[in-house]
Design a protein around this ligand. Structure first.
Ligand code: GLU
Length: 436
């Protein structure tokens, strides 16, 4: 079904790209790619007070990072003022618009509503009844000569040949006004699809108090773009079965507006974390290391990288334990830096006077090992537990707390191997002197 689909994403550059906006962009992009259509990007910067260059750049960066490439644009509405003037002129000539002097705001132009009923068929919600007799003549050109959102949007969608307007349902109430404009301007009507909003975990509209809301924040925290895209796709759409992990290609193949829900989706952080860790685990290790580098650098841990091979092993060892790229740095800090944060509970539980001789013995024996290889470490530690007739955990846990500061880490032999002899002994010595 090739229907020359052309869709658009028209953000207002007044801040970051929010998760809701990212989802709108994604659904438009998926719809375009599914139908071999075009996805165009338009910057709706006609609000002179609120629009900024910086916000435009941030939005473009976020879209690029998410991998949502556009086929045309970005068009900037602020550069198309003449076009809007021309269409305002047309309406004035036809008697469908008139000037009004607005106190302090200058000479504005209002659109003349003629009272036609404009029901429309929404591709997600079905027939939407609305009565334009309830709508007043509204401003299409402000006193500063700039068009209003409703007007510029319709002129552009009309001229750019947009076939489907897919946007958040917060714009549903604008649609009857826009349809009236389409008709007055003689443009062909697009199909409309209004996507339900995204709710926070508590069921109220997603906002700052639910935590991160912008793509920039998720990026900084270390979510992978593929994971975020996969997660956002499922906020209101499903492939028709319970498959949760989908490649972009699968999403493109399966995406239809019919499968977009009528009801709002809830943002589930736990699910996002789960999905991100899946994508982290699936990433080839070299790519994962590349993704981690900026976080290692930001934490000033660069100097702690022993070798490429060492970093490779460390990432491999922790790959299943971190849910975000930034969490990797938190979890593995003791491998990069000597400033260990000792967890109080772990210290109390595992580093007691009673353990003193066991740990001192371990310290002496570890000193004797020549290479800190897994094999030698294992032989050494097992012989100590045998001699002292204690379970392996009785030795492994105190050592773990001594070198890492907490009672959870990857396997003890791997941990010690990566820490190396010098750091291990130094930390055991510190532990013996401080805690025992
Ligand atoms: N600039 C509008 C917004 O960011 C676009 C709405 C639309 O898609 O028509 O909300």
């Amino acid at each position: 079904m090739s229907l020359n689909v052309k869709v658009r994403f028209p953000p207002s550059p007044t801040g970051f790209l929010h998760i809701g906006g990212a989802r709108t962009a994604l659904y438009n992009w998926l719809f375009a790619r599914h139908n071999d259509g075009k996805f165009i990007l338009r910057i709706e910067d006609t609000d002179q007070q609120r629009s900024t260059e910086e916000a435009t750049q941030t939005i473009l960066d976020s879209l690029t990072w998410l991998g949502l490439d556009w086929d045309e644009g970005p068009y900037h509405q602020s550069e198309r003022l003449e076009v809007y003037h021309e269409y305002v002129e047309k309406l004035l000539k036809k008697g469908r618009a008139f000037y009004v002097d607005e106190p302090e705001k200058g000479r504005a132009v209002r659109f003349k509503i003629t009272g036609e009923v404009t029901d429309f068929d929404d591709l997600i919600h079905g027939n939407i009844k609305s009565d334009t007799s309830l709508i007043e003549d509204f401003v299409i050109q402000k006193g500063d000569g700039f068009p209003t959102y409703n007007f510029a949007c319709v002129v552009d969608d009309g001229l750019m040949g947009i076939t489907h307007v897919i946007r958040g349902d917060d714009h549903m109430s604008n649609t009857p006004r826009q349809i009236a404009l389409y008709k007055a301007l003689g443009f062909e009507l697009p199909r409309f699809a209004h996507i339900p909003m995204i709710l926070g975990e508590d069921g109220s509209r997603m906002s700052k108090r639910h935590g991160a809301t912008s793509v920039t924040e998720y990026r900084e925290k270390g979510y992978l773009p593929d994971a975020l895209v996969n997660f956002i796709a499922l906020l209101g759409w499903s492939p028709g079965n319970d498959q949760e992990l989908l490649t972009r290609q699968e999403m493109i193949e399966k995406f239809t507006l019919k499968r977009v829900n009528k009801t709002s989706a809830r943002f589930d952080n736990t699910k996002l974390d789960w999905m991100n860790s899946k994508y982290i685990q699936d990433l080839p290790i070299e790519n994962l290391i590349n993704e981690l580098h900026p976080y290692i650098k930001k934490a000033n841990f660069n100097g702690g990288i022993i070798s490429d091979e060492w970093l490779h092993k460390l990432v491999e060892l922790y790959k299943e334990r971190f849910k975000t790229l930034s969490e990797f740095v938190t979890l593995t800090a003791p491998f990069f830096s000597d400033e260990i944060e000792y967890d109080d509970t772990a210290v109390q539980k595992h580093l007691k006077k009673g353990n003193s001789s066991l740990i001192k013995d371990a310290y002496e024996k570890l000193k004797e090992i020549r290479t800190f290889s897994i094999k030698e470490l294992e032989g050494c530690l097992r012989s100590i537990t045998n001699e002292h007739s204690v379970s392996f955990g009785k030795l492994a846990q105190p050592i773990r707390v001594a070198v890492i500061g907490k009672s959870a880490s990857a396997g003890i032999f791997e941990t010690l191997e990566l820490l190396g002899k010098e750091k291990t002994l130094k930390r055991l010595e510190y532990t013996i002197n401080t805690f025992l």
